[in-house]
Ligand binder design. Structure first.
Ligand code: OXD
Ligand code: MN
Length: 603
């Protein structure tokens, strides 16, 4: 694609970046299948991509990243707002001028020997008034092909840009210039950890990423734009950019409601978004699996769009049992990163639902034999990239530019104790309180965190909020105050991850979570029996059907108020969590905490 006719500020910026990074050539991306195929062939020829067996996995490819570049790097992720206070206590901050100075030094000549790609993309259906246009400049063809799937790329985006010149500039380099005659030789290019920077300049709405080619560090439309920068825009413009899946749920009478749900990384958002209900007659459809942009409509209701166009899902653990719709989504036209390769050219990962078929090549590229292996064949954070359109569970309206009206918001995390299977907030502020205390057991989605410990992850936005988290809480409170109270979504706190004292799961999860969704649905239409409890509304006895294998005693434990556990929770929120936010913590949240304590003490 030739450089487009304008807008000038885009062309000037592209020239400026090329002058700094000095690529061999500059290529504008048009988002076509020809472009995708050409880049894939180029990467196959370079030994970076492996074309999978076309009979088993048509038009699909495997990539193996460097072992040092397998996940988001939160320690190297910066919110470089003008002041440290604006970034708040939960973000890494560097003075923006200083950070730009450092990064310009790194960017200087960093694309030598490579092609610089310019990707015009839209987050959200092209032309939707909730959508935003971004441009990603990158020297990674892997990023280009992933962006083809994850966003809407190409000329139609430039057409919108020609009318309305607003765009979010995002710059990415793998940070591995090539000397004259040097090639990657099949090695994943990236920079050492201390040279990686995932930087956000919120006031300028700008993103600079350097040194990593992987996922959320490099596909800048996703976490960087659609969450960190969009959360700042949402605060300023009065809407919400959230780490939430969106699903539609239809009852046997054909009534449909939409639910948004925030869970920390690797808590099964993709599984919930694509759930196959075990409750007869109920249907769940997917609108999005990771990010929701939500705005109040003229009618006072909250409408959500999925800004993405594909899934970048965690592969291990995905199977026909846990998520048949995801398995069907990756049957073809998919990119796999850091999964294992079978000897007949297909993919395999841990808990895919069948034994490894003979010898494999693991994600390091080494031979792997189930009988002798002491390490997993796929990296625990191995991913698939698949077009949303390939998912059989997509709601027909998933690309509706107007979005879908949200009736319920769920918060949850991996909590082996205390938090019951489900409880409902008494009102909006109580729901915001629930969101603010979300915590989860750490898994492997981020490189630099210790697995097995619980960390507070308010609204599942800890790694993704582009400004002061205390102000973010205020924003949620304020939106609730301004809204028509009768039209606000109901808010729920769920926990699929309760364990017994000896470490066994109390709840089977997956499709059985439809029992909880059914109760949520019923509560939203004024049905669904509930009892008042110190922590909020709880399902009345028998209101949630008991799955096979869950005893009455288990059910009682799942739906009990663990008074001692909650008092410990309150202590930890009061002493360790809330103080971080200082005077930015809304008084409404301290009041909710005190009310909860009083109610528990009276119970
Ligand atoms: C993701 C994440 O990749 O949350 O979606 O880490
Ligand atoms: Mn996510």
């Amino acid at each position: 694609m030739n450089p487009p006719a304008g807008p000038k500020k885009l062309l000037d910026w592209v020239d400026e970046v090329a002058a700094l990074t000095r690529p061999d050539t500059v290529q504008w991306c048009d988002g076509t299948t020809e472009e995708y195929d050409r880049l894939m062939q180029l990467m196959v020829d370079d030994g970076i991509a492996i074309r999978l067996n076309g009979k088993k996995r048509p038009n699909s490819f495997l990539f193996r990243s460097s072992p040092s570049d397998v996940a988001r790097v939160e320690k190297r992720t910066y919110i470089a707002s003008r002041t440290k206070e604006a970034a708040g206590p939960t973000n890494n901050w560097i003075d923006p001028d200083q950070l730009k100075e450092t990064m310009k030094g790194l960017y200087d000549g960093c694309m030598r020997g490579r092609t610089m790609y310019v990707i015009p993309f839209s987050m959200g259906p092209v032309g939707s008034n909730i959508a935003k246009i971004g441009i990603e400049i990158t020297d990674s063809p892997y990023v280009v092909v992933n962006m083809h799937i994850m966003t809407r790329v190409g000329q139609k985006v430039l057409d919108v840009l020609a009318r309305d010149e607003e765009f979010i500039p995002t710059l990415h380099s793998v940070g591995k210039p090539l000397a004259e005659g040097e090639a990657d030789n099949g090695q994943w290019p990236c920079a050492p950890i201390e040279e990686k920077y995932i930087s956000h300049f919120p006031e300028e709405r700008m993103i600079w990423s350097y040194g990593s080619g992987y996922g959320g560090n490099a596909l800048l439309g996703k976490k960087c734009l659609a969450l960190r920068i969009a959360s700042v825009a949402a605060r300023d413009e009065g809407w919400l950019a959230e780490h939430m899946l969106i699903l539609g749920i239809t009852n046997p009478e054909g009534v449909k409601k939409y639910v948004a749900a925030a869970f920390p990384s690797a808590c099964g958002k993709t599984n919930l978004a694509m759930l196959v209900p075990t409750v007869p007659g109920w249907k769940v459809e997917t609108v999005g699996d990771d990010i929701a942009w939500m705005k109040f409509g003229q009618d006072g209701r909250l409408y959500a769009i999925n800004p993405e166009a594909g899934f970048f899902g965690v592969a291990p653990g995905t199977s026909m049992d846990s998520n048949p719709n995801a398995m069907k989504s990756v049957e073809r036209d998919s990119i796999f990163t850091n999964v294992a390769l079978t000897d007949d050219g297909d993919i395999w990962w841990e808990e895919i639902g069948y034994d490894a078929p003979g010898k494999l090549i693991d994600w390091h590229g080494n031979e792997w034999d189930a009988a002798t292996a002491d390490k997993p064949a796929a990296h625990p954070n191995a991913r698939f990239t698949a077009p949303a359109a390939s998912c059989p569970a997509m709601a027909p309206e998933w690309e509706d530019p107007a979005g879908v009206p949200i009736s319920a918001i769920l918060f949850g995390g991996r909590r082996p104790g205390t938090i019951p299977l489900v409880h409902q907030a008494r009102n909006w502020n109580h729901g915001v309180f629930m969101g603010s205390i979300v915590g989860s057991e750490i898994t492997s989605a981020a490189l630099d965190l210790k697995a097995g410990t619980i960390r507070r992850d308010p609204f599942a936005m800890l790694p993704f909020c582009g400004y002061n988290m205390g102000e973010y809480f205020q924003h949620w409170i304020k939106l609730g105050q301004k809204a028509d109270q009768s039209k606000l979504p109901e808010i729920f706190f769920v926990n699929w991850f309760r364990k017994t004292a000896d470490g066994k799961w109390l709840w089977p999860g997956y499709g059985e979570n439809s029992r909880v969704l059914k109760w949520v649905f019923e509560r939203c239409i004024g049905e669904g029996e509930a009892t008042d409890s110190p922590i909020g509304w709880m399902p009345a006895q028998g209101a949630i059907g008991r799955p096979e294998g869950v005893s009455e005693q288990d059910m009682a434990e799942l739906l009990a108020v663990d008074r001692e556990g909650w008092l410990r929770e309150i202590k930890s929120v009061r002493e360790e969590h809330y103080p971080k936010f200082g005077d930015k913590l809304p008084a409404e949240l301290s009041a909710e905490l005190n009310t909860l304590e009083q109610r528990l003490n009276q119970s």
